[in-house]
Design a protein around this ligand. Structure first.
Ligand code: SAM
Length: 189
């Protein structure tokens, strides 16, 4: 069962200062991003991770913020402008059943959104196609909405299209895994 997308009016639950204590963007994503990278924030919502990601990739890098809700992308755009990083953030409106990406990225983040996706295999297949062979995907799901069994199904869908799973640091309130294209062994960073 999938859940309906988190509505834009609930954005404050994703951007409030208390979240920073549980999900510090630099601590969580620092090991995966470097200057000049192209990064995807898939299901970006109001841009909680997009803005720090844009700082981490620097002015030679890009962050593509992807969402199915125009209002979420608009919130992300406003935050990027306020933070002075709008020049390195590209907003991408996805269709409900297709991301429609046309690029090769170094890193993709799917944070607290995969349980809202209708066709998981198709979704992960599109991410795989949008990653460089040495790229990686950090998948994080909320413990409250996503019980262990559902989480295992989500990870299995990613593996079925060609990702391999790797242990990563725990993320508070969440279940997390690092997914890499192909059968290569991989350590973080
Ligand atoms: C719970 S919010 C999480 C936002 C953000 N990742 C965070 O952690 O702050 C989930 C977001 O995923 C988006 N979403 C749901 N299904 C999607 C899909 N198939 N493609 C792209 N975005 C999607 C929703 O519109 C919503 O903005």
């Amino acid at each position: 069962m999938t859940e309906p997308p988190c509505p834009a009016w609930l954005s404050f639950t994703l951007t409030n200062i208390f979240r920073r204590m549980a999900h510090h963007p630099v601590r969580l994503l620092g090991p995966f991003l470097k200057e000049g990278d192209t990064a995807l924030d898939i299901g970006c919502g109001p841009g909680y991770f997009t803005i720090p990601m844009a700082r981490m990739v620097g002015d030679r890098g890009w962050v593509v913020a992807v969402d199915i809700q125009r209002e979420m992308l608009e919130r992300t755009r406003r935050s990027a402008e306020r933070a002075g990083v709008a020049g390195r953030v590209r907003l991408h409106l996805a269709a409900e059943d297709s991301l429609g990406l046309d690029l090769k990225a170094d890193f993709a983040l799917v944070f607290w959104m995969a349980h809202e996706v209708l066709r998981l295999e198709h979704f992960f297949g599109e991410i795989l196609a949008a990653l460089k062979p040495e790229g990686s995907l950090l998948l994080v799901e909320p413990k409250v909405h996503v019980p262990k069994r559902r989480y295992a199904e989500i990870v299995a869908a990613a593996k079925s299209v060609g990702f391999t799973s790797h242990q990563t640091d725990p993320v508070r309130l969440s279940r997390a895994v690092l997914l890499c294209p192909g059968a290569t062994s991989r350590s973080r960073g």
